[in-house]
Design a protein around this ligand. Structure first.
Ligand SMILES: *Cc1c(COP(=O)(O)O)cnc(C)c1O
Length: 386
């Protein structure tokens, strides 16, 4: 990981008047005077820009920085995290193939595997994924992809990345992971042999809740294949303006993560000791049941955890959420602002999810800690709990 040189990486300042912040190349076309030049740009489309649904210089800067952060040879930026998940999966699977996916992935990923993949005759086996034997038992002769989230961003089950990638390599299966929870600062799955690393850039990478984007990191070979096919043909392009926003986000990613790593455990501790809280689920808690995996794979504490209130009363649970002043409610996370997502908000909507579990308990609330002062956040919690 080389975040300290992230400012220079990928930038060609001399080609744009040494601007410190790169220009937003807001253009669809790149123009040519000579057939020879046009032909050259078409053949080496990875190096010379030809058309923005493919190569845009602002986006390319972002891609180079992220590839370096994730320790992979290459990366492509797409229009959302779900766009990255979709390309990651569709590029590795064809009709008749089998996918192994962890049981409680991000809700959009869950729906993709349940609604879109079956249309193409792709079968998915969902496993909890806590032991390597579960993976061994789930592998079939047509298994082509193992899809992970370690941890996921609701219930935080983790997987042993090294053991899984060793097993997958032996069986010629590609591994992919949604690494959004940890960000490239707190986990680099390629170091453990994982082939494809996916981020919702909308979250930590952007960091300001002001743009949607997704990133896929992998070997040059895998990214070039995606580039030629799913990326350009499904039209899942990041706008140059968003690429510029994410470059800005990357410049402060390390310090934002540092702040979050410091404040989140303190807030977790406060909640754990509060008499109205039944339990707190957080990978960096002492009583987390996969402590050894946390130690091995997560470099620092991250900003998401969940709590269960003691109360089962709908009125009390909603009143607690409504009374929080500094924690707003939203589905996303990873920005400057602290947020909650109460499970109870999902009740009465048609938004059922997860293959077999449907809803979590009514008193379950997902927290994200932003960049605010921890004392202010704890005071807010205290008031709402009382
Ligand atoms: C938000 C999120 C996604 C989807 O990203 P979008 O940018 O919202 O499309 C995927 N995985 C995880 C873990 C997420 O939190």
């Amino acid at each position: 990981m080389i975040p300290d040189i992230i400012n220079e990486l990928g930038e060609n300042r001399e080609s744009y008047f040494n601007a410190g912040s790169p220009p937003i190349f807001s253009t669809s076309n790149f123009l040519f005077d000579k057939v020879k030049d046009m032909r050259e740009a078409m053949v080496t489309s990875n190096e010379k820009p030809f058309y923005t649904r493919g190569h845009n210089p602002t986006t390319r800067i972002l891609e180079k920085k992220i590839a370096a952060l994730e320790n992979t040879e290459s990366a492509i930026a797409v229009s959302s995290g779900m766009g990255a998940v979709a390309i990651g999966m569709l590029s590795q699977l064809k009709s008749g193939d089998h996918l192994i996916c962890i049981k409680k992935p991000y809700t959009g990923t869950d729906k993709l595997t349940n609604k879109i993949l079956p249309k193409f005759n792709i079968e998915t086996t969902f496993i909890e994924g806590k032991t390597i034997d579960e993976f061994k038992n789930a592998i079939k002769s047509n298994t082509k992809l193992i899809y992970l989230e370690s941890p996921n961003s609701w219930t935080y089950e983790m997987q042993d990345l090294k053991k899984i990638s060793d097993l997958a390599k032996e069986k010629n299966i590609i591994t992919a992971i949604d690494n959004s929870y940890a960000s490239p600062i707190n986990c680099n799955p390629s170091d453990w042999g994982i082939d494809i690393i996916i981020h919702s850039a909308t979250k930590y990478i952007g960091g300001h809740s002001n743009a949607m984007g997704g990133i896929i990191c992998s070997s040059k070979k895998i990214i070039d294949q995606m580039y030629e096919c799913e990326y350009t043909l499904l039209g899942n392009v990041m706008s140059p303006f968003n690429s510029w926003i994410f470059i800005n986000g990357l410049r402060t990613l390390k310090v934002r993560m540092k702040q979050i790593s410091k404040s989140t455990p303190k807030i977790v501790k406060f909640l754990k000791n509060h008499p109205k809280i039944k339990k707190v689920i957080y990978p960096h808690s002492k009583n987390f049941d996969q402590k050894n995996l946390v130690k091995k794979y997560l470099k620092n504490p991250c900003g998401q955890f969940s709590i269960q209130l003691k109360s089962q009363s709908k009125k009390e649970i909603e009143s607690f959420c409504d009374k929080l002043h500094h924690f707003k409610m939203a589905c996303s996370w990873g920005g400057y602002e602290s947020l909650i997502f109460p499970e109870i908000a999902r009740y009465n909507s048609s938004s059922k999810y997860y293959n077999d579990t449907e809803f979590l308990p009514i008193n379950y609330i997902r927290f994200y800690i932003g960049l605010e002062d921890k004392k202010m956040l704890i005071d807010d919690l205290k008031k709402a709990l009382n």
